[in-house]
Design a protein. Structure first.
Length: 274
């Protein structure tokens, strides 16, 4: 009987579980992971598309000023909040990479399904920027330092600085000049001219506008440094947002008597925050 009882239990972190309970716990963990993945994917993708969507969506919107400035500032938000949760609660330095991978999967699903298969736009017009190298920088700095302030300063600055460089291998071919009807345009601009988009009329396109060239004419470099500085501040803000949303709070259930439970003996105003 003792052997049979031992064969039906399992030790997990010093706690004895029945094999049925351990299997149920694993299935529940998998379910929570799937729900978390889908929730982060949906929320982050919606957030990113509303704030930096057009600049990152179309190849002729990927300029040297607005695209490298806005995209990292908007993209560092969810990774910063997720880093707090993964690092402070689980000691896992993967929060930023997890968030960015969720975002990229959502972007590729939307563009492949809604714009390539449904609307016949080519991938050369709608490919999303990569942000994984910047996310790896954030996670690496947090792993090596264990300090969110140093991660904000070093990792946040790096996240903004390397964005244009990490996308340049994909973008360079669309910067080549070509002649079309006696006018010189870039390959990316010509692709945009060839595929009309009624939802984004040309007069609303905001690219290559600004005064960044007054700083020596290097607009992409200045945009990258400004984006890095803004990423430092945005990282700190969203780290505290993640801290606020990850609190564990117990509040009395004032309707429990209607559900058949006994009235709580504790004061109704008692709130325990961990």
């Amino acid at each position: 009987m003792q052997k049979m009882a031992d064969s039906e239990t399992v030790q997990i972190y010093g706690v004895t579980w029945s094999k049925w309970s351990a299997a149920l716990s694993r299935r529940f963990d998998i379910l929570v992971a799937i729900v978390l993945f889908l929730a982060v994917l949906s929320a982050f993708h919606l957030h990113f598309m509303l704030l930096a969507g057009d600049w990152d969506f179309w190849i002729d919107w990927k300029d040297r000023q607005w695209w490298p400035t806005l995209t990292p500032i908007v993209a560092i938000t969810f990774p910063a909040a997720l880093q707090y949760v993964f690092w402070e609660k689980f000691r896992l330095p993967i929060g930023a990479t997890f968030g960015i991978v969720c975002l990229l999967i959502g972007e590729w699903l939307a563009r492949a399904g809604g714009f390539y298969l449904w609307s016949d736009f080519p991938f050369s017009l709608i490919w999303p920027a990569t942000l994984i190298p910047g996310a790896i920088v954030l996670d690496t700095v947090l792993l090596l330092t264990g300090n969110f302030l140093l991660t904000a300063i070093v990792g946040g600055m790096g996240f903004g600085l390397i964005f244009y460089a990490e996308n340049w291998p994909m973008l360079a071919a669309y910067r080549l000049p070509m002649e079309v009807m006696n006018s010189m345009v870039s390959v990316g601009d010509y692709i945009g001219y060839a595929f009309t988009r009624t939802a984004t009329p040309e007069y609303s396109r905001l690219i290559e506008r600004g005064t960044l060239r007054t700083f020596g004419g290097h607009s992409a470099a200045i945009a990258a440094f400004f984006s890095g500085f803004a990423c430092v501040l945005m990282y700190l803000l969203w780290w505290y947002i993640g801290m606020f949303l990850a609190r564990v709070v117990w509040v009395p259930n004032k309707l429990k008597t209607l559900m058949g439970f006994k009235k709580d003996a504790r004061p109704a105003s008692e709130v325990v925050v961990v």
